[in-house]
Design a protein around this ligand. Structure first.
Ligand code: 3HC
Length: 702
């Protein structure tokens, strides 16, 4: 006997024999918005009460199982039913309920699956509790039910990292019961049928499996160390510890909910929600809307150094055919080794297998014949960072590349317009600024030259997305968005050394602020020689009226201390371990004396305020110049390429949150200490005086 489907808003129930198949459809990702929660609750209640139904299966239409709570509802008054109420109804249902997972079951979506009595997932599916990345903890039982299935140690790792767990691993951990072989929904219905007549296995009623308390404490300590000042992972430990300690499900759920409620309104959660939506918004470039990118199948890379090799790997990983050119047969061999070496490392770490490596390398050719670039739809030049070198290459590329091919330079500082002119076809030329290591780092600055055709820029954006990267489009200026801001705030840390600080004090202060690594430790890792060469190059044109700040770095380089690779830089390295070096302390103090700067007791808070003000001030100039149209563009560059703590949202977001009048006061203080060149940016002054914000700013065209 067939019955008509029952519809409750976005939720429809059909009958498969005596199994009710409940299907939700809320594009694009089936977020558990209020109408979905209400529809699910009614569908479950009806099926539970229907004598013609023996079991239930819950599945989703579209590209994924529920991707979690509707994030846009956070911070607004809750409209019932709450997710907890829906999940309680599912878990309490006297008939077996099976979750059929495809795509990604995340956050509240996975919590819903955990409240079901069994879970089956598509082989390609993944599950996860990414709430900590939104500054919250799971709020619908994740911290209580995952430990009951996978044990508290695995649960803590999963919840504190927010990582996606693939179906097969989830099965091994006990988080799902089966991986579907071919037809997920049919197999879910079959599983539900097979459970009829048995008492439902309610996750909330299961005992926590035996575990090693010392392993839990070690995992908790590792989470706390990694979290630094981010609150949500620490609070997640608290919630999981409660279950581990034997709390009942009701007590655990209430405690989890209380932490969730407390965190959801916190500044960190607000900043992380902003970061989440901005990460998506930044890819919608206002003036490129509706511009179709050019077709790209084959990509050329000029230069197989560290950067070129990384870019080639990222392109191969994205399924493209790649032609890499080098200048000699020896360099071709070294380039091939570098690229296959990167795959060797990926294999060692288990990221790819031999078959994948072979397939990817089969799409690569490395050649010393520049003319082979004629076959490419887009060419990325990753040669030495020198204008004359790049102009010479683009001169040749302009005639070799086929008409309509897009020509990109991976410069990090140089003028893309001047490089474009050298090609004779500047409309085809853009910048694609990758970050090292290019096969890992997500950010790409897509640089639009004054003459770049819109579809060439759109091609750069589309290619970066295809490579799984985050493209941020910007105009031409020295250092573009990221390096320009970096250069500014790094000068403040250099000044701090001259005024009384030591490298380890500056690093510790900025790590407390949230950077993964302090700037001097980063400098040692990257190598001090590149900056030294640049400072020497710029020396003849440096304004003598401006404070310099590079003396300590220059002295270190003159001593051959180029950082970690030479065993010494701002620190010394013993067996690869970073140590404070008394010789550097002496050197820093000597430099202060020579420059006639009084060394005052280091005030970490003042330095952090100055670093932030310097970033924001430069950001204000970048906005006013129209290098990017929105403050969120700047924030996304800093978050994804420069280790700025995501839970602060970005410097521009944080400045708005603190209040621009305060930032302006910090900037004035900084100006007094740092002298000419450090005047507050007119836009900062204007917005601060009017009570405006960067988020509300939009530049008048022209
Ligand atoms: N709420 C609201 N909107 C969401 C959303 C959510 N949970 N997840 C995604 N979206 C929106 C995105 O903003 C985007 O909107 P746009 O098209 O207007 O920009 C659209 O859905 C598509 O998202 P993506 O561009 O990210 O699509 P992808 O296919 O690349 O990725 C995804 C899909 C993996 C599901 C990814 O969107 C994602 O990771 N989403 C967030 C998942 C998450 O954090 N869930 C936990 C929420 S908190 C929670 O559940 C609390 C609970 O414990 C009580």
């Amino acid at each position: 006997m067939s019955t008509a489907p029952a519809t409750h808003g976005p939720v429809v129930t059909t009958r498969q024999g005596r199994v009710a198949l409940i299907l939700a459809d809320n594009p694009p990702v089936n977020a558990l918005a209020q109408p979905v929660r209400e529809g699910l609750l009614r569908a479950v209640q009806e099926a539970a009460a229907d004598p013609a139904v023996d079991a239930l299966a819950i599945a989703c239409e579209g590209r994924t199982f529920f991707a979690g709570a509707e994030i846009r509802e956070f911070g607004k008054p809750p409209v019932p039913p709450g997710l907890g109420e829906v999940l309680d109804a599912i878990e309490a249902c006297p008939k077996p309920v099976v979750a059929a997972i495809h795509g990604t079951a995340l956050g509240g979506g996975f919590e819903l699956a955990l409240a079901c009595h069994a879970r089956i997932a598509d082989a390609k599916a993944a599950v996860g509790l990414p709430e900590v990345k939104l500054g919250i903890i799971p709020g619908a039982g994740g911290t209580q039910r995952v430990p009951r299935l996978a044990g508290p140690v695995a649960a803590l790792e999963m919840i504190a990292s927010g990582r996606h767990v693939r179906a097969e691993e989830a099965r091994r951990l006990g988080l799902i019961d089966a991986v579907a072989e071919s037809d997920l929904r049919a197999e879910a219905v079959e599983l539900a049928r097979s459970l009829v007549g048995r008492p439902p296995r309610r996750t909330g009623e299961l005992p926590v499996p035996a575990f090693d308390p010392a392993a839990f404490d070690a995992a908790a300590a590792a989470v706390a160390a990694k979290a630094r000042s981010q609150v949500s992972p620490i609070r997640a430990i608290e919630a999981v510890r409660l279950t581990a300690g034997g709390a009942g499900i009701r007590e655990g759920l209430a405690a989890e909910r209380a932490i969730f409620r407390e965190l959801v309104g916190s500044d960190q959660a607000k900043a992380l929600r902003y970061a989440f939506f901005s990460e998506r918004e930044v890819q919608r470039v206002p003036h490129l809307q509706g511009v179709a990118p050019r077709q790209v199948d084959v990509v050329g890379v000029i230069g197989a150094g560290t950067m070129g090799a990384g870019i080639a790997v990222a392109l191969l990983d994205a399924g493209l055919r790649v032609v890499v050119t080098e200048t000699s047969i020896e360099a071709v061999g070294a380039g091939w080794d570098r690229i296959s070496g990167l795959y060797g490392r990926a294999m060692k770490s288990g990221r790819i297998d031999q078959a994948k490596r072979d397939e990817r390398l089969s799409r690569l050719s490395v050649t010393d014949d520049f003319a082979e670039l004629a076959a490419c739809d887009l060419v990325i030049e990753a040669a030495f960072e020198d204008m004359a070198v790049k102009q010479e290459i683009f001169g040749r590329l302009g005639s070799v590349a086929r008409p309509g091919a897009t020509l990109a330079t991976n410069t990090s500082y140089l003028d893309v317009d001047a490089i474009g002119r050298a090609s004779g076809r500047p409309e085809d030329v853009i910048g694609l600024h990758f970050f090292s290591p290019a096969n890992i780092m997500r950010l790409v600055e897509v640089v639009e030259g004054a003459a770049s055709a819109k579809d060439a820029v759109a091609t750069g954006v589309a290619l970066a997305k295809r490579m799984g990267k985050l493209p941020v489009t910007c105009g031409v200026c020295d250092g573009f968005v990221g390096n320009r801001i970096l250069a500014t705030w790094r000068q403040q840390t250099d000044f701090a050394l001259e005024d009384g600080a030591l490298p380890q004090e500056v690093d510790a202060a900025l790590e407390r602020y949230g950077f993964a690594m302090g700037p001097f430790a980063v400098a040692d890792l990257a190598g001090l020689d590149i900056g030294w060469a640049r400072r020497k190059r710029l020396a003849p044109t440096r304004d003598p009226g401006r404070r310099y700040g590079g003396t300590v770095a220059d002295r270190l380089c003159a001593m051959g201390r180029f950082g970690q690779k030479t065993g010494a830089g701002y620190y010394r390295y013993v067996d690869g371990k970073r140590q404070v070096d008394p010789e550097v302390t002496r050197l820093v103090e000597d430099v202060s004396a020579e420059l006639g700067r009084e060394r005052r007791p280091f005030d970490p808070n003042a330095m952090v305020r100055h670093v932030r003000a310097a970033m924001v001030n430069e950001g204000a100039k970048i906005l006013a110049e129209g290098v990017v149209p929105r403050a969120l563009d700047i924030d996304m560059v800093l978050l994804h390429g420069y280790g700025f703590p995501a839970w602060r949202g970005g410097p521009m977001f944080e400045a708005d949150a603190i209040g621009l009048a305060t930032i302006l006061a910090d900037m004035r203080e900084l100006h007094a200490l740092s002298g000419p060149g450090w005047e507050p940016a007119p836009l900062l002054v204007e917005l601060a005086e009017k009570g405006g914000t960067f988020a509300g700013y939009s530049r008048t065209p022209g």
